[in-house]
Ligand binder design. Structure first.
Ligand code: GLC
Ligand code: CA
Length: 575
């Protein structure tokens, strides 16, 4: 088997979430010119491709994932010319840029929806999903079925104009497009994809790419949570009957005409289902994000019902995510942070006691795994979750706010509410999307050097200790370690990016050891040992060979061949 070297397989991709990345004009909101000013920094870090989260025109009910015009820019972020400058700025430096493609839904302020809602016989009525109300035994109007929104409550919103409900799996202002309608699909392709390919965008991260095909029965969803009326609809909305037909069509009609990449957000799926999206021969998408690793310990239908995890659960997740392509023509991704997730040093490392060391361990894990690597803004300096002492009012995400509100409505009058609330706040402090959304900490200046004025969201209190500037000046910093291991990944790219992955110590609940092999090689070629615990443990290689240490996060004065100190990570090449 020869390796099929491809630019988007080998790339290290850096996600920019514009509102909190860098403010250039002192209005407290990150923007595109701010992003442009950091391109050299990203180049030095070892980044090949930038993924820009939605910068489109939007009322920002869901921070830009509610788009009111695919062909225009949110004025807070800049102009179409700024966007062109960013695209050109990337290309000039030999980098590429991909955008977010949010086409399961639009904003309710999009011209298409405004038309659709205006009357029952509007030509665009069928571009969205409209259903008649249901009435209960007492004659009260109810949503058409029991599907819940990802942001709490019903997935349907009543619209008085025509006395019908529209489906919106996310916020009120995010009506789902009706992919059954061919004219609507064609409009999506032209407006959201071709427009940007023609301007030089090199691909898309495809938002909620498994949700386009709804089961047309619109039947009630099975009961998953007995303590609530509205139920997760995934059985009827996820990986639906026509989903692969739609992806094939989009590929054939649009994507295949350009030298671009696509990565779909598909979430949990069986191996067979995942392979359908990304097998090269099927011509759908290049790769998908599977959520196994970042959702470890969560109830996948409701992450705030947090259950906790053991290292073996995490090993299962990493194996599933990096291994499902073994022996196939498919491709996969590597990531442990994004704008919907907490910060990995807090969630998976030990941010309090071993901040830098566990951050470096996670960097080692990421840069040695198979697939295309994604890093989220601030991950490279080990930005942490928000302090537990902050009030819930500092949380700005609609997902968190709605969840907390619904919780208060339900339990607010209980005698033990305070106790219950404290428990929920613990989980919010661990899992909320807000943790990824606080402003990037560029320096120890006021507001973390993100802006000259008070930002739209509070900067994490630890910006004086954790920031880009101080880490650039410290040869032992996490940031410098990222630069180093990202280089190493490229130096041994066949092994780390394309090589196969095998866990050697599955049962071990403290240490995670795996080997990476070149296709067809008789012997393992890289050996990675990660002590993911606060304890020191003995170290002895689990296989024979001549070991050459190429990366390690222990200080030289604490390094001892025979032990792994807490959160120590080592990469050996076997000669
Ligand atoms: C995806 C995005 C998330 C957004 C949702 C609705 O999951 O990553 O941020 O809220 O889709 O568009
Ligand atoms: Ca700004």
């Amino acid at each position: 088997m020869t390796i099929d070297h491809t630019w988007w397989k080998e790339a290290t991709i850096y996600q920019i979430w514009p509102a909190s990345y860098k403010d250039s004009n002192g209005d407290g909101i990150g923007d595109i010119p701010g992003a442009i000013s950091t391109l050299d920094y990203l180049k030095d870090l070892g980044i090949d491709i930038i993924w820009l989260s939605p910068m489109y025109k939007s009322p920002m009910e869901d921070m830009g994932y509610d788009i009111s015009d695919y062909q225009d820019i949110n004025p807070d972020f800049g102009t179409l010319q700024d966007m062109q400058d960013l695209i050109d700025g990337c290309h000039k430096r030999g980098m590429k840029i991909i955008c977010d493609l949010v086409i399961n839904h639009t904003s309710d302020q999009h011209a298409w929806f405004k038309e659709s809602r205006s009357s029952l016989d509007n030509p665009k009525r069928d571009w969205y999903i409209w259903k008649k109300p249901r009435y209960d035994a007492d004659g009260n109007r109810q949503p058409p079925n029991n599907w819940s929104s990802y942001f709490s409550g019903s997935a349907w919103t009543y619209d008085e104009t025509t006395d019908e409900y529209y489906l919106r799996l996310f916020a009120n202002g995010q009506p789902d497009l009706n992919w059954e309608n061919e004219e609507c699909r064609q409009a999506i392709y032209d407006s959201a994809l071709k427009f940007w390919f023609e301007r030089g965008v090199d691909g898309f991260r495809i938002d909620t790419a498994g949700l386009y095909s709804k089961d047309q029965s619109f039947a009630d969803a099975p009961i998953v949570f007995k303590d609530q009326y509205y139920q997760p609809s995934s059985k009827l909305t996820h990986n639906g009957p026509r989903i692969h037909e739609f992806h094939k069509e989009m590929f054939k009609k649009v994507t295949s005409n350009y030298d671009v990449m696509t990565v779909g957000e598909v979430g949990r799926c069986t191996r067979d289902e995942a392979l359908k999206y990304v097998s090269a021969a099927r011509n759908e998408m290049n790769m998908i994000f599977l959520f196994d690793a970042i959702e470890v310990g969560c109830n996948p239908d409701d992450k705030f019902r947090y259950q906790g995890w053991k290292l073996t659960d995490f090993k299962d997740a990493i194996r599933n995510q990096s291994d499902f392509i073994k022996g196939t023509d498919a491709w996969s991704t590597v990531f442990i942070e994004n704008h919907d997730q907490p910060r990995c040093v807090t969630r998976l490392g030990n941010a309090k006691k071993f901040h830098d060391k566990s951050g470096k361990l996670l960097a080692t894990l990421q840069t040695t795994l198979t697939g295309t690597l994604f890093i989220y803004q601030g991950q490279e300096i080990g930005m942490t979750n928000l302090p537990r002492s902050w009030s819930i009012d500092e949380y700005k995400d609609i997902n968190t706010i709605n969840y907390y509100k619904a919780f208060k409505e339900k339990f607010g009058n209980d005698k033990d509410f305070e106790e219950k609330e404290a428990k929920l706040l613990d989980v919010i402090n661990l899992m909320a999307r807000d943790h990824a959304r606080s402003p990037v900490q560029w320096s120890d200046a006021k507001y973390g050097g993100f802006s000259t004025v008070e930002p739209w969201m509070r900067v994490n209190d630890n910006y004086d200790k954790i920031n880009v500037e101080s880490q650039l000046n410290d040869p032992d910093s996490l940031l410098k370690f990222y630069q180093k291991v990202l280089k190493l990944r490229k130096e041994y790219k066949d092994l780390f990016i394309y090589g196969s992955f095998e866990i050697l110590d599955y049962e071990n609940e403290k240490v995670f050891t795996y080997v990476k092999e070149l296709p067809d090689a008789k012997h393992p070629n890289a050996y990675v040992a990660l002590n993911m615990s606060d304890d020191q443990v003995d170290f002895k290689p689990l296989i024979e060979g001549k070991f050459k240490l190429v990366a390690c996060n222990a200080d030289s004065d604490e390094f001892d061949e025979k032990v792994l100190t807490p959160w120590e990570a080592r990469v050996y090449i076997l000669e």
